[in-house]
Ligand binder design. Structure first.
Ligand code: PLP
Length: 412
Protein backbone atom coordinates (compact mmCIF):
# COMPACT_ATOMS: atom_id res chain seq x y z
CA UNK A 1 0.00 0.00 0.00
CA UNK A 2 2.84 2.35 -0.85
CA UNK A 3 0.54 4.82 -2.62
CA UNK A 4 -1.72 5.15 0.42
CA UNK A 5 1.37 5.52 2.59
CA UNK A 6 2.46 8.52 0.56
CA UNK A 7 -0.96 10.19 0.33
CA UNK A 8 -2.57 9.54 3.73
CA UNK A 9 0.01 8.57 6.29
CA UNK A 10 -2.46 8.78 9.17
CA UNK A 11 -4.76 6.12 7.74
CA UNK A 12 -1.86 4.04 6.44
CA UNK A 13 -0.41 3.92 9.96
CA UNK A 14 -3.74 2.80 11.42
CA UNK A 15 -4.05 0.00 8.86
CA UNK A 16 -0.46 -1.01 9.51
CA UNK A 17 -1.06 -1.19 13.26
CA UNK A 18 -4.11 -3.37 12.64
CA UNK A 19 -2.00 -5.56 10.33
CA UNK A 20 0.52 -6.03 13.13
CA UNK A 21 -2.26 -6.85 15.58
CA UNK A 22 -3.57 -9.53 13.24
CA UNK A 23 -0.10 -10.93 12.55
CA UNK A 24 1.02 -11.05 16.18
CA UNK A 25 -2.19 -12.23 17.80
CA UNK A 26 -4.61 -15.11 17.67
CA UNK A 27 -8.02 -14.24 16.27
CA UNK A 28 -10.48 -16.55 17.96
CA UNK A 29 -13.65 -14.58 17.29
CA UNK A 30 -16.02 -17.21 15.92
CA UNK A 31 -17.56 -14.86 13.34
CA UNK A 32 -14.27 -13.73 11.82
CA UNK A 33 -11.89 -15.07 9.24
CA UNK A 34 -9.01 -14.05 6.96
CA UNK A 35 -9.83 -13.56 3.30
CA UNK A 36 -7.48 -14.64 0.54
CA UNK A 37 -5.23 -12.23 -1.30
CA UNK A 38 -7.45 -12.66 -4.37
CA UNK A 39 -10.54 -11.63 -2.40
CA UNK A 40 -8.64 -8.64 -0.99
CA UNK A 41 -7.60 -7.55 -4.48
CA UNK A 42 -11.13 -7.84 -5.87
CA UNK A 43 -12.49 -5.86 -2.92
CA UNK A 44 -9.95 -3.11 -3.39
CA UNK A 45 -10.58 -2.91 -7.14
CA UNK A 46 -12.12 -0.31 -9.45
CA UNK A 47 -15.38 -2.29 -9.40
CA UNK A 48 -16.28 0.08 -6.54
CA UNK A 49 -16.56 2.98 -8.98
CA UNK A 50 -19.88 1.97 -10.50
CA UNK A 51 -23.55 2.36 -9.70
CA UNK A 52 -25.38 -0.79 -10.78
CA UNK A 53 -28.89 -0.52 -9.32
CA UNK A 54 -31.01 -3.37 -10.59
CA UNK A 55 -29.88 -6.85 -11.60
CA UNK A 56 -27.78 -8.28 -14.46
CA UNK A 57 -29.48 -7.50 -17.78
CA UNK A 58 -31.85 -5.00 -16.12
CA UNK A 59 -29.90 -2.11 -14.61
CA UNK A 60 -30.94 1.46 -14.01
CA UNK A 61 -27.49 2.75 -15.08
CA UNK A 62 -25.50 2.47 -18.30
CA UNK A 63 -22.06 0.93 -18.54
CA UNK A 64 -22.83 -2.10 -16.39
CA UNK A 65 -21.83 -4.84 -18.85
CA UNK A 66 -18.82 -5.97 -16.83
CA UNK A 67 -20.66 -5.64 -13.55
CA UNK A 68 -23.35 -7.89 -15.02
CA UNK A 69 -20.66 -10.47 -15.78
CA UNK A 70 -19.26 -10.28 -12.25
CA UNK A 71 -22.67 -10.51 -10.56
CA UNK A 72 -23.75 -13.38 -12.84
CA UNK A 73 -20.59 -15.26 -11.92
CA UNK A 74 -21.16 -14.61 -8.22
CA UNK A 75 -24.76 -15.85 -8.44
CA UNK A 76 -23.89 -18.90 -10.57
CA UNK A 77 -20.98 -19.91 -8.36
CA UNK A 78 -23.04 -19.55 -5.19
CA UNK A 79 -25.84 -21.64 -6.74
CA UNK A 80 -23.33 -24.29 -7.73
CA UNK A 81 -21.68 -24.27 -4.32
CA UNK A 82 -24.94 -24.94 -2.48
CA UNK A 83 -27.02 -26.52 -5.24
CA UNK A 84 -29.47 -23.61 -4.93
CA UNK A 85 -32.14 -22.76 -7.50
CA UNK A 86 -31.87 -19.04 -6.89
CA UNK A 87 -29.26 -16.78 -5.30
CA UNK A 88 -29.22 -13.08 -4.52
CA UNK A 89 -25.73 -11.80 -3.75
CA UNK A 90 -26.60 -8.13 -3.22
CA UNK A 91 -27.38 -7.85 0.52
CA UNK A 92 -24.79 -5.59 2.10
CA UNK A 93 -24.76 -7.72 5.25
CA UNK A 94 -26.29 -10.70 7.00
CA UNK A 95 -28.79 -8.46 8.73
CA UNK A 96 -29.93 -7.08 5.40
CA UNK A 97 -30.28 -10.56 3.95
CA UNK A 98 -32.60 -11.42 6.85
CA UNK A 99 -34.42 -8.13 6.51
CA UNK A 100 -35.14 -8.83 2.84
CA UNK A 101 -36.76 -12.19 3.64
CA UNK A 102 -38.91 -10.65 6.37
CA UNK A 103 -39.79 -7.69 4.17
CA UNK A 104 -40.79 -9.96 1.30
CA UNK A 105 -42.92 -12.40 3.29
CA UNK A 106 -44.15 -10.79 6.50
CA UNK A 107 -46.50 -7.88 7.09
CA UNK A 108 -45.91 -5.54 10.00
CA UNK A 109 -47.14 -7.09 13.23
CA UNK A 110 -47.06 -10.67 11.97
CA UNK A 111 -45.22 -13.22 14.06
CA UNK A 112 -41.55 -14.11 13.72
CA UNK A 113 -40.34 -17.10 15.70
CA UNK A 114 -36.65 -17.54 16.48
CA UNK A 115 -34.04 -18.48 19.06
CA UNK A 116 -33.55 -16.06 21.98
CA UNK A 117 -30.49 -13.83 21.75
CA UNK A 118 -29.19 -14.97 25.13
CA UNK A 119 -29.50 -18.60 24.04
CA UNK A 120 -27.42 -18.05 20.91
CA UNK A 121 -29.73 -16.26 18.46
CA UNK A 122 -28.93 -13.05 16.58
CA UNK A 123 -30.12 -9.46 16.99
CA UNK A 124 -31.75 -9.59 13.56
CA UNK A 125 -33.89 -12.53 14.66
CA UNK A 126 -36.31 -10.37 16.65
CA UNK A 127 -34.40 -8.60 19.41
CA UNK A 128 -36.32 -5.64 20.86
CA UNK A 129 -33.36 -3.34 20.07
CA UNK A 130 -33.46 -4.35 16.38
CA UNK A 131 -36.08 -3.25 13.84
CA UNK A 132 -37.10 -6.92 13.79
CA UNK A 133 -38.34 -6.78 17.36
CA UNK A 134 -40.21 -3.53 16.73
CA UNK A 135 -41.87 -4.24 13.37
CA UNK A 136 -42.95 -7.80 14.10
CA UNK A 137 -44.51 -9.72 16.92
CA UNK A 138 -41.80 -12.04 18.19
CA UNK A 139 -41.97 -15.45 19.85
CA UNK A 140 -38.65 -16.91 20.93
CA UNK A 141 -37.63 -20.42 21.80
CA UNK A 142 -34.91 -21.45 24.23
CA UNK A 143 -32.57 -24.40 24.50
CA UNK A 144 -33.33 -27.38 26.70
CA UNK A 145 -32.21 -26.12 30.15
CA UNK A 146 -30.57 -29.44 31.02
CA UNK A 147 -28.75 -30.40 27.83
CA UNK A 148 -28.38 -26.85 26.41
CA UNK A 149 -29.24 -28.15 22.94
CA UNK A 150 -32.25 -27.42 20.75
CA UNK A 151 -35.48 -28.99 21.92
CA UNK A 152 -37.45 -29.63 18.72
CA UNK A 153 -40.52 -30.75 20.64
CA UNK A 154 -40.64 -27.42 22.47
CA UNK A 155 -40.09 -25.54 19.19
CA UNK A 156 -43.02 -27.40 17.63
CA UNK A 157 -45.25 -26.70 20.61
CA UNK A 158 -44.43 -23.00 20.44
CA UNK A 159 -45.04 -22.93 16.69
CA UNK A 160 -48.49 -24.48 17.15
CA UNK A 161 -49.37 -21.92 19.81
CA UNK A 162 -47.86 -18.79 18.26
CA UNK A 163 -48.72 -19.46 14.58
CA UNK A 164 -45.68 -17.64 13.17
CA UNK A 165 -45.36 -16.46 9.59
CA UNK A 166 -41.65 -17.25 9.54
CA UNK A 167 -39.65 -19.58 11.76
CA UNK A 168 -35.96 -18.73 11.89
CA UNK A 169 -33.37 -21.36 12.65
CA UNK A 170 -29.65 -20.71 12.77
CA UNK A 171 -27.64 -18.90 15.40
CA UNK A 172 -24.63 -16.82 16.36
CA UNK A 173 -23.51 -18.82 19.37
CA UNK A 174 -24.77 -22.37 19.11
CA UNK A 175 -22.02 -25.01 19.18
CA UNK A 176 -24.14 -27.96 18.07
CA UNK A 177 -25.56 -29.36 14.83
CA UNK A 178 -28.87 -27.86 13.73
CA UNK A 179 -31.52 -30.16 12.25
CA UNK A 180 -32.83 -27.99 9.41
CA UNK A 181 -35.18 -30.71 8.21
CA UNK A 182 -36.87 -30.81 11.61
CA UNK A 183 -37.35 -27.03 11.53
CA UNK A 184 -38.77 -27.13 8.00
CA UNK A 185 -41.23 -29.86 9.00
CA UNK A 186 -42.32 -27.88 12.04
CA UNK A 187 -42.83 -24.81 9.85
CA UNK A 188 -44.79 -26.75 7.25
CA UNK A 189 -46.96 -28.22 9.99
CA UNK A 190 -48.17 -24.75 10.99
CA UNK A 191 -48.21 -23.19 7.51
CA UNK A 192 -45.12 -21.04 8.14
CA UNK A 193 -42.05 -20.35 6.07
CA UNK A 194 -38.74 -21.59 7.41
CA UNK A 195 -35.65 -19.39 7.13
CA UNK A 196 -32.26 -20.87 7.98
CA UNK A 197 -29.70 -18.22 8.81
CA UNK A 198 -26.45 -20.13 8.25
CA UNK A 199 -24.20 -17.06 8.61
CA UNK A 200 -21.84 -18.80 11.01
CA UNK A 201 -21.73 -22.25 9.46
CA UNK A 202 -22.04 -21.45 5.74
CA UNK A 203 -18.61 -22.91 4.93
CA UNK A 204 -19.44 -26.07 6.87
CA UNK A 205 -22.80 -26.37 5.08
CA UNK A 206 -21.27 -25.77 1.64
CA UNK A 207 -18.80 -28.59 2.15
CA UNK A 208 -21.04 -31.14 3.88
CA UNK A 209 -19.22 -30.76 7.19
CA UNK A 210 -22.59 -29.69 8.64
CA UNK A 211 -25.89 -30.69 6.97
CA UNK A 212 -27.00 -27.95 4.59
CA UNK A 213 -30.25 -26.01 4.76
CA UNK A 214 -30.31 -25.24 1.05
CA UNK A 215 -33.01 -27.28 -0.64
CA UNK A 216 -34.39 -28.12 2.80
CA UNK A 217 -35.71 -24.87 4.32
CA UNK A 218 -37.76 -22.36 2.32
CA UNK A 219 -35.04 -19.70 2.54
CA UNK A 220 -31.38 -19.68 3.46
CA UNK A 221 -29.64 -16.46 4.40
CA UNK A 222 -25.97 -16.08 5.15
CA UNK A 223 -23.08 -13.76 5.63
CA UNK A 224 -20.15 -14.32 3.31
CA UNK A 225 -17.37 -13.39 5.73
CA UNK A 226 -17.42 -16.06 8.41
CA UNK A 227 -16.65 -19.73 7.68
CA UNK A 228 -17.27 -18.98 3.99
CA UNK A 229 -14.10 -16.84 4.11
CA UNK A 230 -15.21 -14.11 1.74
CA UNK A 231 -15.71 -10.36 1.87
CA UNK A 232 -17.99 -8.80 4.46
CA UNK A 233 -21.54 -9.15 3.09
CA UNK A 234 -24.71 -11.20 2.81
CA UNK A 235 -26.56 -13.51 0.41
CA UNK A 236 -29.93 -15.22 0.12
CA UNK A 237 -30.79 -18.57 -1.48
CA UNK A 238 -34.24 -19.97 -2.20
CA UNK A 239 -36.34 -21.95 -4.65
CA UNK A 240 -37.23 -20.46 -8.04
CA UNK A 241 -40.82 -19.80 -6.89
CA UNK A 242 -39.63 -17.19 -4.38
CA UNK A 243 -36.88 -15.66 -6.53
CA UNK A 244 -38.79 -12.64 -7.76
CA UNK A 245 -40.15 -11.65 -4.36
CA UNK A 246 -36.70 -11.93 -2.75
CA UNK A 247 -34.99 -9.92 -5.49
CA UNK A 248 -37.64 -7.20 -5.27
CA UNK A 249 -37.26 -7.03 -1.48
CA UNK A 250 -33.48 -6.57 -1.71
CA UNK A 251 -33.66 -3.97 -4.49
CA UNK A 252 -35.55 -1.67 -4.60
CA UNK A 253 -37.14 -2.85 -1.34
CA UNK A 254 -34.38 -2.03 1.10
CA UNK A 255 -31.15 -1.29 -0.68
CA UNK A 256 -29.95 1.07 -3.39
CA UNK A 257 -26.81 0.51 -5.41
CA UNK A 258 -25.13 -2.83 -4.77
CA UNK A 259 -21.52 -2.85 -3.53
CA UNK A 260 -20.10 -4.15 -6.79
CA UNK A 261 -16.52 -4.49 -5.56
CA UNK A 262 -17.85 -6.68 -2.75
CA UNK A 263 -20.02 -8.72 -5.13
CA UNK A 264 -16.96 -9.23 -7.34
CA UNK A 265 -15.01 -10.40 -4.29
CA UNK A 266 -17.93 -12.68 -3.35
CA UNK A 267 -17.55 -14.31 -6.79
CA UNK A 268 -13.87 -14.92 -6.02
CA UNK A 269 -14.72 -16.36 -2.60
CA UNK A 270 -17.37 -18.73 -4.03
CA UNK A 271 -14.88 -20.01 -6.63
CA UNK A 272 -12.37 -20.66 -3.84
CA UNK A 273 -15.07 -22.45 -1.85
CA UNK A 274 -15.75 -24.76 -4.78
CA UNK A 275 -12.20 -26.14 -4.58
CA UNK A 276 -11.59 -29.43 -2.74
CA UNK A 277 -9.12 -27.66 -0.44
CA UNK A 278 -12.03 -25.66 1.01
CA UNK A 279 -13.62 -28.89 2.20
CA UNK A 280 -10.34 -29.88 3.88
CA UNK A 281 -10.21 -26.43 5.43
CA UNK A 282 -13.72 -26.72 6.90
CA UNK A 283 -13.02 -30.20 8.22
CA UNK A 284 -9.95 -28.82 9.94
CA UNK A 285 -11.95 -25.95 11.48
CA UNK A 286 -14.13 -28.54 13.24
CA UNK A 287 -11.19 -30.77 14.22
CA UNK A 288 -9.51 -27.71 15.68
CA UNK A 289 -12.61 -26.66 17.61
CA UNK A 290 -12.85 -30.19 19.05
CA UNK A 291 -9.18 -30.21 20.08
CA UNK A 292 -9.59 -26.81 21.73
CA UNK A 293 -12.80 -27.92 23.48
CA UNK A 294 -11.14 -31.10 24.78
CA UNK A 295 -8.24 -29.10 26.17
CA UNK A 296 -10.58 -26.71 27.99
CA UNK A 297 -12.57 -29.65 29.38
CA UNK A 298 -9.34 -31.39 30.47
CA UNK A 299 -8.62 -28.22 32.41
CA UNK A 300 -11.93 -28.58 34.24
CA UNK A 301 -13.70 -25.72 32.51
CA UNK A 302 -17.39 -25.91 31.66
CA UNK A 303 -18.56 -25.67 28.07
CA UNK A 304 -22.17 -24.95 27.19
CA UNK A 305 -23.72 -28.23 25.97
CA UNK A 306 -20.50 -30.00 27.00
CA UNK A 307 -18.58 -29.47 23.77
CA UNK A 308 -18.90 -28.62 20.09
CA UNK A 309 -19.91 -30.06 16.71
CA UNK A 310 -18.94 -27.01 14.70
CA UNK A 311 -16.47 -24.11 14.64
CA UNK A 312 -17.27 -22.59 18.00
CA UNK A 313 -17.15 -23.17 21.72
CA UNK A 314 -19.07 -21.39 24.47
CA UNK A 315 -17.14 -21.29 27.69
CA UNK A 316 -19.16 -20.76 30.88
CA UNK A 317 -17.07 -18.83 33.44
CA UNK A 318 -19.58 -18.94 36.29
CA UNK A 319 -17.54 -21.43 38.34
CA UNK A 320 -14.41 -19.28 37.97
CA UNK A 321 -16.30 -16.33 39.45
CA UNK A 322 -15.28 -14.03 36.62
CA UNK A 323 -17.24 -12.34 33.86
CA UNK A 324 -16.92 -12.68 30.11
CA UNK A 325 -15.79 -9.08 29.98
CA UNK A 326 -12.95 -9.69 32.46
CA UNK A 327 -11.83 -12.81 30.58
CA UNK A 328 -12.00 -11.06 27.20
CA UNK A 329 -9.89 -8.19 28.56
CA UNK A 330 -7.26 -10.42 30.20
CA UNK A 331 -6.92 -12.66 27.13
CA UNK A 332 -6.77 -9.58 24.92
CA UNK A 333 -3.71 -8.41 26.86
CA UNK A 334 -2.13 -11.77 26.01
CA UNK A 335 -2.87 -11.19 22.28
CA UNK A 336 -5.72 -13.74 22.27
CA UNK A 337 -8.83 -12.12 20.82
CA UNK A 338 -12.15 -13.63 21.86
CA UNK A 339 -15.52 -12.13 22.66
CA UNK A 340 -17.61 -12.12 25.77
CA UNK A 341 -20.91 -13.83 25.15
CA UNK A 342 -24.13 -14.54 26.95
CA UNK A 343 -24.74 -18.14 27.91
CA UNK A 344 -28.10 -19.92 28.28
CA UNK A 345 -29.91 -18.61 31.36
CA UNK A 346 -27.59 -15.63 31.51
CA UNK A 347 -27.81 -13.47 34.64
CA UNK A 348 -25.56 -10.62 33.49
CA UNK A 349 -25.98 -7.89 30.88
CA UNK A 350 -24.82 -8.49 27.28
CA UNK A 351 -21.96 -6.07 27.95
CA UNK A 352 -20.69 -8.07 30.94
CA UNK A 353 -21.84 -11.69 30.38
CA UNK A 354 -20.85 -14.96 32.03
CA UNK A 355 -19.32 -16.56 28.97
CA UNK A 356 -16.77 -16.43 26.20
CA UNK A 357 -17.33 -17.42 22.58
CA UNK A 358 -14.27 -18.97 20.98
CA UNK A 359 -13.99 -19.94 17.32
CA UNK A 360 -11.40 -21.58 15.10
CA UNK A 361 -12.04 -20.34 11.50
CA UNK A 362 -9.35 -17.63 11.44
CA UNK A 363 -6.56 -19.59 13.15
CA UNK A 364 -7.35 -22.54 10.85
CA UNK A 365 -6.96 -20.22 7.85
CA UNK A 366 -3.43 -19.52 9.10
CA UNK A 367 -2.66 -23.23 8.97
CA UNK A 368 -2.85 -24.06 12.66
CA UNK A 369 -3.86 -27.58 13.60
CA UNK A 370 -4.76 -29.62 16.71
CA UNK A 371 -1.35 -29.24 18.39
CA UNK A 372 -1.62 -25.45 18.27
CA UNK A 373 -5.22 -25.66 19.55
CA UNK A 374 -4.01 -27.60 22.58
CA UNK A 375 -1.46 -24.87 23.31
CA UNK A 376 -4.11 -22.19 22.88
CA UNK A 377 -6.54 -24.07 25.13
CA UNK A 378 -3.89 -24.40 27.82
CA UNK A 379 -3.15 -20.66 27.64
CA UNK A 380 -6.82 -19.73 27.86
CA UNK A 381 -7.43 -22.09 30.79
CA UNK A 382 -4.43 -20.79 32.73
CA UNK A 383 -5.51 -17.16 32.33
CA UNK A 384 -9.20 -17.57 33.17
CA UNK A 385 -8.24 -19.53 36.29
CA UNK A 386 -5.75 -16.88 37.43
CA UNK A 387 -7.19 -13.70 35.95
CA UNK A 388 -5.29 -11.25 38.12
CA UNK A 389 -1.86 -12.74 37.40
CA UNK A 390 -0.29 -10.02 35.28
CA UNK A 391 3.04 -11.85 35.04
CA UNK A 392 1.29 -14.88 33.57
CA UNK A 393 -0.61 -12.71 31.09
CA UNK A 394 2.65 -11.03 30.02
CA UNK A 395 4.50 -14.32 29.63
CA UNK A 396 1.60 -15.85 27.70
CA UNK A 397 1.44 -12.81 25.43
CA UNK A 398 5.07 -13.36 24.46
CA UNK A 399 4.51 -17.05 23.77
CA UNK A 400 1.39 -16.26 21.72
CA UNK A 401 3.27 -13.74 19.61
CA UNK A 402 6.08 -16.20 19.05
CA UNK A 403 3.69 -18.89 17.84
CA UNK A 404 1.53 -16.51 15.81
CA UNK A 405 4.51 -15.10 13.96
CA UNK A 406 5.30 -18.55 12.57
CA UNK A 407 1.88 -18.61 10.84
CA UNK A 408 1.87 -15.63 8.48
CA UNK A 409 -1.47 -14.18 7.44
CA UNK A 410 -0.44 -14.15 3.80
CA UNK A 411 2.46 -16.52 3.14
CA UNK A 412 4.69 -15.48 0.21
N1 PLP B 1 -27.00 -13.85 11.36
C1 PLP B 1 -26.18 -14.46 12.20
C2 PLP B 1 -26.52 -15.84 12.67
C3 PLP B 1 -25.02 -13.84 12.64
O1 PLP B 1 -24.22 -14.44 13.52
C4 PLP B 1 -24.73 -12.54 12.17
C5 PLP B 1 -23.52 -11.81 12.59
O2 PLP B 1 -22.73 -12.20 13.35
C6 PLP B 1 -25.65 -11.94 11.30
C7 PLP B 1 -26.77 -12.62 10.91
C8 PLP B 1 -25.50 -10.52 10.85
O3 PLP B 1 -24.51 -10.29 9.97
P1 PLP B 1 -24.02 -8.80 9.74
O4 PLP B 1 -23.17 -8.44 10.89
O5 PLP B 1 -23.29 -8.91 8.43
O6 PLP B 1 -25.23 -7.94 9.62
Amino acid sequence: MSYLASTDREIFDIIDKERQRQVNGLELIASENLVSRAVLEAMGSIMTNKYAEGYPGKRYYGGCEFHDMAENLARDRLKKLFGAEHANVQPHSGTQANMAVYFAFMKLGETLMSMKLTQGGHLSHGSPVSFTGQFYRVAQYSLDPETEVLDYGAVEEMARKEKPKIIVCGASAYPRTIDFKAFQEIAEGVGAYCMADIAHIAGLCATGVHPTSVGVTTFTTTTTHKTLRGPRGGAIMCGAEHAQAIDKAVFPGMQGGPLMHTITAKAVCFQEALRPSFTDYNRQIVKNARALAETLLDNNLRLVSGGTDNHLILLDLTAQGITGLEAETALGKACITVNKNTIPNETKSPFITSGLRIGTPAVTSRGMKEAEMRRIGTWIAAIVKDIGNEALIKKTGKEVQEMASTYPLYPE
